[in-house]
Design a protein around this ligand. Sequence first.
Ligand code: NDP
Length: 313
Amino acid sequence: MSIEKIKTLIIGSGPAGYTAAIYASRADLKPVLYTGLEPGGQLTTTTEVDNFPGYPDGVDGPKMMIELQKQAERFGTDVRIGLVTKVELNKNIGGIHKVMVDNKKEIEAETIIISTGATAKYLGLPSEERLKGGGVSACAVCDGFFYKGQDVAIVGGGDTAAEEATYLSNICSNVTMLVRKGQMRASKAMQHRVNSRENIKIIYHSEIEEVLGENVVEGVRVINNQNKKIQDIAVTGLFIAIGHKPNTEIFKGQLEMDDAGYILTEGKTTHTNFPGVFASGDVQDKDYRQAVTAAGTGCMAALDAERYLAGLE
Ligand code: NDP
């Protein structure tokens, strides 16, 4: 099996990866981009994106990602479906980084731009694990349709939970929002949307003890963490919206990360602790996590890669 040698490998296909691809291909770095398991990334699980500059009427998340892909391909990015399964990074300036795709294809890259994003977190209950695919979901926009006209619950008090509760309230009969604190973390605008829906009921100070049902979700057992009272709520779907975990497993032991596993970058740049390896998007940003900030750092990563390669010549 021959080893493919390339200048720039981009891992991940969210706004960061595709923006890096647009810039890298225009700079003639002939980038190869591997999409990962979720082509288009997290925005493919959202409906309307209203805060990306340049779309005065909003844009459908999946549509925006297809347009970004087309834009990257227009300048010659080689977009491939595949999952990077192993990396062997080189500590030396100008060193070649070895990458394995789908456990079989070997690539040697002079530069790597990591844009692998972040993945939804779960509560970690055995009953939740058992009922994944049987009514437990971490993506209301992907799975909400299956619960049309039914009663569902959603866990979390952030913008994601608020947005998804609002989305579900358009499809489902009743939505119970389970928030563990006495207030929501979501922005005031998002909270206002939730509060204006008659079929969304918010239960504060609530935590799930168990997801009820053998093969499919039949309800949730909820404890009030103040007075310890327990109640069972009948629902057929449970949506988990409690934040995300960075997709950095394959880089552990090589790249420097923070305690939560986000890749550390140097100062204002996208440089990691390995020369020629750059990180952009949610994989290195737990503060802003917006499509536009991810796209911005994708651009920075491509410029950093271009400068790094120019410096080697
Ligand atoms: P956040 O981290 O902001 O919120 C997570 C929520 O889940 C919090 O309410 C947290 O509670 C709760 N939570 C965490 N762990 C548990 C647990 N084990 N059990 C119960 N509840 C739990 O994540 P989001 O995904 O909501 O948002 C991430 C980022 O994306 C934010 O910066 C947000 O602003 C942004 N975003 C923006 C959107 C937009 O502008 N359209 C849409 C969606 C997200 P607690 O508060 O108690 O910690």
